[in-house]
Design a protein around this ligand. Structure first.
Ligand code: NAI
Length: 332
């Protein structure tokens, strides 16, 4: 099948070409993001492969359909950037990679927890300047602390397992509790109770209308003084302006964001020679107790191999049978 891959970087090309040795699709790599302005590049391609910040709204899907595209293959787990109702109406198949490496994302989330708590990012810079003082680097034992995990699917469950290994008490909130987490000793509680009791809150739910701005001014007010918040799910699960106020008041003790609601303008690209015009992002970057990373939690060799393999297999399945087990359907 002829596949147009958007938002591609050299590493995408490397892993997709490697995986394609078995699949034998015809791959064309485009560097630009998929948007209304760039979708003409996919003219005549039956399949389009898109990433997290590509635009797949009704307008783009209609344009792709008119140009001959029938399959949309997301090389991500999340699918919040696709207008599924429009895809269904047009008869476009949408497939995704529901699981590639939950370990990649979970381990990164735990990395943020450890770094923020023990201030390793500050220590790294400090000693390089010849400052060997410990002032301001005081952390706390994770052992015995309460970790609240919102969304206990594949990634959340791995975070739970790692944090159980540190001796943490586990609280969970999920619309579908996970028996594996219960077996680890996790107690499922209401969202309010989780916010009230957790020392560390880690977000692993998808972005949906229900989870948009789950972390907001009101929920932050419920939280423990000095709470740590980690978001490796999707940016808009957190109201960034509200967390900035929470950081300024001290309610939020530290914040790790691998995703940001306006990340589309900055993430995955080198903007080091420019000024940051986004004042919210710029403010976030001034806090010593905030770490922002550029949506890199998924970025391990194992994950990229699995993403490429599964994406191409999804398209092979659609081509050969008209179906894929990884098809995404609009919720009824
Ligand atoms: P999953 O589908 O296995 O788990 C998501 C869990 O969230 C499910 O248990 C589901 O029941 C729960 N959930 C759904 N709605 C909820 C709500 N309103 N409140 C609480 N829980 C709710 O997904 P997985 O693989 O664990 O990924 C989770 C999210 O992580 C993805 O949706 C994606 O947005 C994000 N992600 C981020 C990456 C990164 O590089 N930063 C990479 C991969 C995924």
């Amino acid at each position: 099948m002829r596949i147009a891959l958007f938002s591609t970087k050299p590493y995408d090309r490397q892993f997709f070409e490697q995986a394609n040795e078995r699949s034998q699709h015809e791959l064309t790599f485009f560097e630009p993001r998929l948007t209304a302005e760039t979708c003409a590049l996919a003219q005549g391609f039956p399949a389009v492969c898109a990433f997290v910040n590509d635009v797949l709204d009704a307008h783009v899907l209609e344009q792709l359909f008119a140009q001959g595209t029938r399959q949309i293959a997301l090389r991500s787990a999340g699918f919040n950037n696709v207008d599924l109702a429009a895809a269904q109406r047009l008869g476009l198949s949408v497939v995704r990679v529901p699981a590639y490496s939950p370990y990649a994302v979970a381990e990164f989330a735990v990395g943020l927890i450890l770094t923020l708590n023990r201030k390793i990012h500050r220590a790294y810079n400090r000693v390089r300047e010849g400052n060997f003082s410990l002032e301001g680097l005081l952390g706390f034992d994770l052992n015995g602390r309460t970790v609240g995990i919102v969304g206990t699917g594949q990634i959340g469950a791995v975070v739970a397992k790692i944090m159980a290994g540190f001796g943490c008490t586990l609280l969970g909130f999920d619309v579908h509790p996970n028996p594996d987490c219960v077996a680890l000793g996790m107690q499922y509680v209401s969202m309010d109770e989780l916010f009230l009791s957790a020392d560390i809150i880690s977000l692993h739910c998808p972005l949906t209308p229900d989870t948009r701005y789950l972390i907001n001014q009101q929920s932050i007010q419920q939280m423990r003084q000095g709470v740590m918040i980690i978001n490796t799910s999707r940016g808009a699960v957190v109201d960034t302006r509200a967390v900035i106020e929470g950081l300024k008041s001290g309610r939020i003790g530290s914040l790790g964001l691998d995703v940001y609601e306006e990340e589309v303008d900055y993430f995955f690209e080198d903007h080091s020679a420019e000024l940051i015009a986004d004042d919210v992002l710029a403010r976030l970057l001034t806090f010593p107790n905030v770490i922002v990373s550029s949506h890199q939690a998924f970025f391990t060799r194992e994950a990229l191999e699995a993403i490429a393999r599964t994406t191409l297999q999804n398209l092979t399945d659609l081509e050969q049978t008209g179906q894929s087990k990884n098809q995404v359907h609009k919720a009824k």
